[in-house]
Design a binder for this molecule. Structure first.
Ligand code: PLP
Length: 316
């Protein structure tokens, strides 16, 4: 299957204007990583970029990675590998599934990803060295990328987002899943700048998860503490948990689209944008310059839109 080129230069900076922002002396910019590619959505490409570079440099045959039945990361990996004619192997949680179980998995297969359906028991071993060795023995000369692209190379790819911002800003906002994107962003900030993270999962301990990822990637305790000091966690905007949403959130997304022509998804970016607007409303960000990182995710949002009574992306 042929797909259009991935283009980082498409990730432009757009400005949001409103009377409230002007009154509060806030400048709000959106970093449009959602424009990089329709399928290899925003941060998923950022996280894959250096993993793929490594494969090419080391002349490896492909990538082995992990994901659940609805993983955008799996689709992004499959699509990215297909563009450069590299093998991709997806270890999928759930041995009751098959490659026709849903649109996500069908897409993966469409991009020639080899899907391996494993039991939840086996999937739990996804960080174990012995399991990795086993996978390498079956798929020799393949590079293993952690679930959600959560590794050192993924973080470094996300750090570049900050480097591209030719702008003096005070705060950056981002939605959080595995924390890879937020860890990379934290690495790009100076000590005066704040990173606001909005986990999409309920009961998620952002600081502890970030710490684990930094540790697993070989960073020292002092450095990790410095990164966490810059990070403000807004963990009250999950709307019930991962993949959950209510009409307030959908209405908000519709409103943002009709006012600013900006599309957000109800899983990640909609929640993060909602959290940011709450901070603004409460006067927590007066007199500052803010950048919201649009991490993409619009592909999956379409099905939610179709099922809801809202038609939030309808032009009006
Ligand atoms: C996957 C995803 C995230 C989560 O990013 P992490 O690096 O896993 O924290 C955020 N936003 C969107 C749109 C995503 O698809």
């Amino acid at each position: 299957m042929k797909i259009a080129e991935i283009d980082i230069n498409k990730s432009i900076l757009t400005k949001i204007n409103s009377t409230e922002l002007t009154e509060r002396n806030i400048e709000l910019y959106i970093k449009r990583d959602d424009l990089i590619h329709p399928e290899i959505s925003g941060n998923k490409w950022r996280k894959l970029k250096y993993n793929i570079d490594l494969c090419v440099t080391n002349k490896q045959d492909g990538i082995i990675t992990f994901g659940g039945a609805y993983s955008n990361h799996l689709v992004a990996t499959a699509a990215a590998c297909a563009t450069i004619k590299m093998k991709s192997i997806g270890i999928v949680r759930g041995d009751e599934l098959n490659s026709n179980s849903n649109e996500t998995l069908k897409k993966c297969t469409g991009y020639d990803m080899e899907l391996v359906f494993v039991s939840r028991e086996i999937y739990k071993r996804r960080y174990e060295k012995s399991y990795h060795e086993y996978l390498h023995s079956i798929y020799p000369n393949c590079h293993l990328v952690e679930e959600g692209g959560a590794n050192y190379y993924g973080m470094i790819g996300c750090q570049e987002i900050v480097k591209e911002l030719a702008l003096d800003f005070d705060a950056i906002f981002v939605a959080q899943g595995t924390t890879t994107t937020s860890c990379g962003l934290a690495m790009g900030l100076n000590n005066e700048q704040k990173l606001y993270v909005v986990p999409a999962l309920k009961g998620f301990d952002s600081h502890s998860e970030m710490k684990q990822l930094f540790r697993r990637s070989g960073f020292e305790a002092d450095f990790i503490d410095e990164m966490l000091m810059k990070t403000v966690v807004l963990d009250d905007f999950h709307f019930g948990g991962y993949g959950k949403y209510n009409s307030e959130l959908l209405e908000f997304i519709q409103d943002v689209y009709s006012t600013h022509q900006l599309k957000l998804d109800p899983i990640y970016t909609g929640k993060a944008f909602f959290a940011m607007m709450e901070q603004i409303k409460n006067g927590k960000l007066d007199n500052s310059t803010i950048v919201f990182i649009h991490t993409g995710g619009l592909q999956g949002a379409q099905s939610v839109m179709n099922k809801s009574k809202f038609n939030f992306w309808k032009e009006n």
